[in-house]
Design a protein around this ligand. Structure first.
Ligand code: BEZ
Length: 387
């Protein structure tokens, strides 16, 4: 009896010391570097909301640590990226950087994170190099590489019988790399890209390029645009009379978070992405309900990626009971975790990019509805990553 009492007392003391350990630590400083203005502003806000939602669901703490947020609007402007990220690293001295949306800005963040050995979690930007030649033990992505949805759409377009496609996008890393992925998948399933069209980011003067598409009459068009630019492009494509004659495809960013604004012009569009709004799983249903209750808005892929960035951070912190000085153990746990995401469970590749199912979706009403798995458990090739 006395022994049992002693055992219980020891167990209580251990539990109390673990909680004091986490409680004794200062708040964890999270630096959110996201676009809050410009064509990607809505994406940045959704990522932040998704991240905060997960933290809120854990009672406002991760592994016992309070979270203190620092925010910088990166404006999706690569020329300001180094100065902006240094505000968070050097001025605010954050423990972890979370950002961003635009690949060009993220490339500068990755360099700064490497130089300063700051933990970086990328909740969107797909720049292939970040989980390729620039990969690093302290850099993780909760989203995708630009190659992933592009490659999957190329496979699907070929399977649908298309032989000659044109591509159209903004002239920066995300556009170029998703188009390259599309061309690779399309070639593998029997098609050829006959012409690539592009315009500077974030320009939305599409008319001359649409005229060229109409003149060339390809079997299909593959387009990468996102946010405000995607809204305008899809509407312009329809207004030019092309939607009914030349099928338009894209990575899911073309219609994610944009369907309300795109209206009838987007209905029926097929896209590929690692998320579909109506995935009928308990995890996705609970997430969408919680997001809708908290923000009075529907979640989209960007919210999912922000939510999963917080889950990834939580996995690392939990492994070290909130003690970030146990750096190696924390990073190791982040690399080995399986995230129970609203998109479906996913693991990290050796280069720290999600290995995940890519879905074919169809735009219906205000949802991107699941049609089928386009490519199962697609891993980025991570060319040039040495870790
Ligand atoms: C990118 O720049 O990597 C990107 C931006 C918006 C949506 C998807 C990718």
């Amino acid at each position: 009896m006395r022994a049992a009492f002693r055992l219980a007392a020891v167990a209580a003391a251990i539990a109390a010391s673990a909680s004091v350990h986490a409680q004794g630590q200062p708040p964890l400083k999270v630096g959110l570097m996201l676009p809050y203005t410009g064509t990607y502003a809505a994406l940045g806000n959704m990522i932040e909301n998704g991240f905060r939602l997960y933290v809120q669901e854990q009672g406002g703490k991760l592994a016992g640590r309070e979270i203190q947020y620092f925010k910088v609007d990166d404006e999706s402007d690569p020329s300001k990226a180094t100065d902006n990220v240094n505000k968070l690293i050097k001025r605010d001295n954050v423990d972890v950087l979370v950002g961003t949306v635009h690949s060009g800005v993220a490339l500068a963040m990755a360099k700064a994170a490497k130089d300063n050995n700051t933990l970086l979690i990328i909740p969107n930007a797909g720049a292939d190099a970040i989980t390729g030649p620039l990969c690093a033990p302290n850099i993780f992505r909760s989203s995708f590489s630009n190659w992933q949805p592009g490659y999957a759409m190329g496979i699907v377009a070929g399977q649908r019988g298309h032989k000659r496609a044109m591509t159209i996008t903004w002239n920066y890393a995300a556009g170029a790399e998703t188009v390259k992925g599309f061309a690779e998948g399309f070639a593998k399933s029997g098609g050829t890209v006959v012409k690539d069209l592009n315009l500077p980011f974030p320009n939305v003067e599409f008319q001359a390029l649409l005229t060229e598409i109409a003149a060339q009459k390809p079997d299909a068009v593959y387009a990468f645009f996102a946010g405000g630019g995607a809204v305008k492009f899809v509407k312009d494509y329809d207004a030019a009379g092309l939607r009914k004659t030349i099928p338009l495809y894209g990575p899911g960013f073309l219609t994610d978070g944009t369907l309300e604004a795109q209206g009838a012009s987007a209905q029926g569009l097929l896209t590929t992405l690692h998320y579909a709004d109506n995935l009928d799983t308990p995890r996705n249903n609970a997430f969408r309900k919680s997001f809708a209750l908290t923000y009075k808005a529907n979640a989209d892929v960007y919210a999912v990626q922000g939510y999963d960035a917080a889950q990834l951070l939580s996995a690392g912190l939990t492994a070290v009971k909130g003690d970030t000085s146990q750096r190696q153990q924390m990073l190791y746990a982040m690399g080995k975790t399986v995230i129970n995401s609203p998109r479906g469970k996913f693991a990290m590749s050796a280069a720290h990019n999600p290995v995940q199912d890519i879905y074919l979706r169809e735009a219906k009403g205000v949802n991107n509805e699941y049609r089928e798995v386009a490519v199962k458990q697609l891993a980025d090739p991570a060319k040039g990553c040495k870790m």
